[in-house]
Design a binder for this molecule. Structure first.
Ligand SMILES: [Zn+2]
Length: 249
């Protein structure tokens, strides 16, 4: 299979193609273009519209091929949408918002980050630890947008640290399904407050238990956000999720 076909398949593109592949010291740079004369989808409603003009080229980091780092370069088009009656940037199939990673790389990093320490994932894929953190955040954001949170009963709150405890990430899990549902930088009351601002209303009437370490800023915020929930202080609070599941059954 030619390299162009592999790239197109991993990006999931039909209306775009590979214009040029440049071999550079730091890896491979792939210049993309849209097919001439083809209409492109509006990012608001998906209706196909004519290309009006172009923005400056943007760069996205993609999944490394055979250990070689791969960067995509493309000048996004602005399309005139016949439905919305306005001109805006096309819906780019490999991009998620303004993130500098392709959807393919976000997916790969976030999947591996479920099973391995994030610094190990970073080493395997030759990216910075922050890139793995960004991928996990993007995957969680996407997951939350497309997933029903209505069934969550027990959540776990935990922190990850790096650089000898100088940098923290707070993670919130659905304990029954063992899945990450939110991630934010820091481990303060304010960090967790963002979670409650985003999802507190949707979850406050249904969460019956919260497991976390004995960390006062978290505990304060949990008592405030989910006053009806039982707070379980347990370093290994994943067992709390198993307990909940048995209890409910
Ligand atoms: Zn539209």
């Amino acid at each position: 299979m030619p390299l162009q076909s592999i790239i197109k398949r991993t990006l999931g593109i039909k209306r775009h193609g590979v214009k040029e592949i440049k071999e550079e010291t730091e890896g491979m740079t792939v210049i993309l273009e849209n097919r001439k004369g083809w209409r492109l989808p509006c990012r608001h409603c998906g209706t196909l519209g004519k290309v009006r003009d172009r923005l400056k080229p943007r760069r996205w980091r993609h999944v490394p091929l055979w250990g070689i780092s791969v960067t995509m370069v493309y000048a996004p088009a602005r399309v005139r949408c016949p439905h919305c009656q306005k001109g805006d940037v096309e819906k780019i199939p490999w991009a998620q918002g303004k993130c500098h990673l392709t959807v393919g790389l976000i997916d790969v990093l976030a999947r591996w980050a479920k099973w391995l320490a994030w610094e190990v994932v970073a080493k395997i894929f030759q990216v910075a630890w922050n890139t793995v953190a960004t991928a996990v955040r993007q995957a969680v954001t996407y997951g939350l947008k497309h997933r029903e949170l209505g069934s969550i009963l027990c959540i776990g709150i935990d922190e990850l640290s790096r650089k000898k405890g100088q940098v923290y990430i707070t993670n919130v899990y659905d304990l029954e399904e063992s899945r990450l549902i939110w991630s934010g930088e820091g481990r303060s009351r304010e960090t967790l407050q963002v979670f409650f601002q985003e999802h507190g209303n949707a979850l406050k009437d249904q969460v019956i238990g919260v497991g976390c370490d004995m960390w006062e800023p978290y505990m304060e915020m949990i008592r405030e956000g989910f006053p009806q929930a039982t707070l379980v202080l347990d370093k290994f609070h994943i067992s709390f999720g198993i307990y909940c599941r048995r209890w409910i059954k």
